[in-house]
Structure formats: structure tokens, C-alpha cells
Write a protein that binds this ligand. Structure first.
Ligand code: SAH
Length: 281
């Protein structure tokens, strides 16, 4: 039982918990995630995990950084998995902490399969993915009844470091009204061109959301055609999400962080005659 009074699963020595830390704000960590931090012997974490979350680790836990630092290449995926196996075999409670959700463009599946192959017991603790929770911090919902009934999540970066092969851009551009790209900054111009060539209107609203849910959060509102130039002009750096679609217009009414700083929100950002208010009146 933890101090919140909920029964928590036992973090067994010799096991690995693969936990999503959410997009940044420590308040978005799950109770299981916090429980794991408080009981882990070793925490193996990625670059995207917020420093404030690492501070929640049990005193005496050893922390192992498994991401890129100072332009040095990141440890090979295989080495990380072997490290997890090794620590577990040594009887440690191993917390593998990843940004966002471990199963969303986070290689959590690969690591878990490695653990399965080695016969190591593991638990998956989902996290709030940046492509949903991070956008919510920018006041952008991924679905909204008046704009879209489907959303597509895409990685802008394939194994080779290029725009991923094998994506059907025609289908992507025309499939779902909302498109959310992870790791899109490097190839932003190319991605926007591919979408426009496949028929997506050049004036489609778009936004770049940088370091979502941290104190350094930045949002650049733009259009498909202007995205690359605006990204360059604003000098933004990863991690950033790129969201394309009418949902971006809702930010004018849903920028709750802006509201806290005095922004006056538009209750009818889509110009529909304020149906919400009318319905409840
Ligand atoms: N598993 C993670 C994604 C890992 S891929 C998740 O579920 O969120 C890394 C990419 O995630 C980054 O390049 C960026 O596109 C996105 N990302 C992660 N955290 C972010 C944040 N706080 N703000 C903006 N983008 C973020």
C-alpha cells in the first residue's frame, strides 16, 4: 500500500518495469510510475525524461543514462536491452524509464521482447504520449467533433535517419484530417511538401509544439506551406511535435496555459456560431 492508500503491485527483485514518464510535467506521471521510482534499485532512463521526474527516484537508486548526450551516439539498442537483462539477473529491481509512452515510437516493444526472450519478468506501465498529452498542453485536442473523427500518428524519422520509407503519403495526406508527427523537425520541409503534393491544402493549419508540458514549452502556429520557414525563423530545436489539421484552430479557444497568463480565449474558435454555449443555454 502506498501513501495514497491504493494497493500497488510488488516490484519484484529480478524484474524490469518498462514505464512511460509522460511528456515532461512530473504531474503527468502515473501512480505506478511513481511507485516504480520509489522502489527501483536501478533506473535506466532516456534523454526525454524530465530531470524533475528522476529526482523522485529512491535515495540510493543507481541512475543510468541511455540516451544521446553532447552529440555522442546513443548506446546501441541491443546494449541497452542486454544491460536491463544483466541488472535483472543480478537481482535488481530495474526501472526502464522512457519519455511519453514506451510503446509509441519508443522502442519499448523491442526491449520487452528482449526481456521475454531472456525469461525476465517484466511489467509495462503506459505513459501519456507527447502526441496527445503534449498537444493538450498547447491547447490542441487530437480529435474534436466538428473537425475530425480520425487521427494518424506518424514518425518523421526512419531507421536510416531519413523520412521513413514505405509510407503511403497519398493515403496519409487524405486518410485522417489530423496528422501528428513525432521527430519531424529535421525533415519538416520534405514532409510538408509530400503532404501538399498528395493533395493536402497549403493553407491547412499546422503547429509545432516544442518541449511540451515543460517550462520551456514553445508553440509555433503556422500552415503546411509555411511550416518549415516558420520553424527555421523561430530557431526551435527538438523535441518537437508537428500537428496538421483544423484542430490547430481550436487552440484559440483552448490555450489554457495562455489563459492563465491573461490570454482571452475565443469560445467559438471554428466560427460555428458557438454551438456549445447555445446547446447548454
Ligand atoms: N515515446 C515518446 C516518443 C518518443 S520519440 C512519446 O510517447 O511521446 C521522440 C519524439 O517524441 C520527439 O522527437 C518529439 O517529436 C516527441 N516528443 C517527446 N516528448 C516531447 C515533448 N515534451 N514535447 C514535444 N515533443 C516531444
Amino acid at each position: 500500500m502506498d501513501d495514497h492508500g491504493l494497493e500497488m503491485p510488488v516490484f519484484e527483485p529480478g524484474s524490469v518495469w518498462l514505464v512511460g514518464a509522460g511528456p515532461g510535467d512530473p504531474g503527468l506521471l502515473s501512480l505506478y510510475g511513481l511507485h516504480a521510482l520509489r522502489h527501483a534499485d536501478c533506473v535506466v532512463y532516456d534523454a526525454l525524461v524530465d530531470a524533475r521526474i528522476l529526482k523522485l527516484a529512491r535515495t540510493g537508486a543507481s541512475l543510468w543514462f541511455a540516451g544521446k548526450r553532447g552529440g555522442k551516439p546513443s548506446p546501441k539498442q541491443r546494449d541497452i536491452t542486454l544491460r536491463l537483462i544483466d541488472l535483472a539477473r543480478n537481482g535488481k529491481r530495474v526501472l526502464r524509464l522512457k519519455g511519453g509512452d514506451p510503446f509509441v515510437f519508443g522502442r519499448g516493444g523491442e526491449e520487452a521482447l528482449g526481456l521475454a526472450g531472456a525469461g525476465i519478468p517484466f511489467r509495462i506501465v503506459p505513459g501519456i504520449t507527447s502526441g496527445i498529452g503534449g498537444l493538450a498542453y498547447a491547447g490542441i485536442p487530437v480529435t474534436h467533433r466538428d473537425t475530425n473523427h480520425a487521427v494518424t500518428f506518424i514518425t518523421g524519422h526512419g531507421v536510416t535517419g531519413d523520412v521513413p520509407d514505405g509510407l503511403d503519403w497519398q493515403a496519409l495526406a487524405n486518410g485522417a484530417p489530423t496528422l501528428v508527427f513525432y521527430m519531424a523537425l529535421k525533415h519538416l520541409g520534405r514532409i510538408a511538401e509530400l503532404l501538399m503534393a498528395a493533395g493536402r491544402a497549403s493553407d491547412t493549419p499546422a503547429a509545432l509544439v516544442v518541449r511540451a508540458s515543460t517550462k520551456d514549452q514553445q508553440v509555433v502556429e503556422t500552415t503546411l506551406a509555411r511550416a518549415a520557414a516558420d520553424a527555421e525563423a523561430s530557431g526551435i530545436e527538438p523535441p518537437a511535435l508537428f500537428v496538421v489539421g483544423e484542430v490547430v484552430r481550436l487552440r484559440a479557444g483552448l490555450d489554457w496555459q495562455g489563459q492563465a497568463l491573461g490570454r482571452i480565449l475565443d469560445p467559438d474558435p471554428l466560427g460555428l456560431g458557438n454551438r456549445q454555449t447555445a446547446e447548454t443555454a
